[in-house]
Design a protein. Sequence first.
Length: 199
Amino acid sequence: MNSINKVCVYCGSSDKVGEPYLEAARQMGRALAKRKLTLVFGGGGTGLMGAVADTVLAGGAQVIGVIPEGFNTPQLVHHNLTELCVVGSMHERKAMMVDISDAFVALPGGFGTLEELFEILTWAQVGLHSKPVGVLDTMGYFDPLHNLIEHARAEGFIYDEHRALLLSDSDPDVLLDLMQAYRPPEGLERWVNRHKEAR
């Protein structure tokens, strides 16, 4: 079993999303707080970011925000976190979130969320970490992404074992259980150590 104490959540900061997405973020927050898991996130107070942080705090658990200097403004930053770390750049933000987290969950989001998700998956692919990565597939939001990944696998761009790097469920508690039980798939090293004929 994985020892998970801090969960990094990547998610959208837009205020223009529908209520079901905000409620999904709150459900994730309640699941984290119920297990007394610390939330690590991007430090924002808007959109799904604000919703998940508010819910974790209301549930009595801790929240660590990591935000670049340029986003540390009254309009964007969350004002009531357990801890706020202000860093110099987006690269520093992502590196710190990875260093202090034991697992990673992507909720629905846009370019930033998808970029963070794929970076952490890529790092797992090349052996830079072995921590669990999952998506909360609210209302089938990530179905097109799963289809794209499967298409890439079928076309030979992704090895079979790499598909197993991404966990997924629409229920936060089920997803956290999957992450707790996660074991890295066997054979990941063949991507780095491969020969031309090995596919």
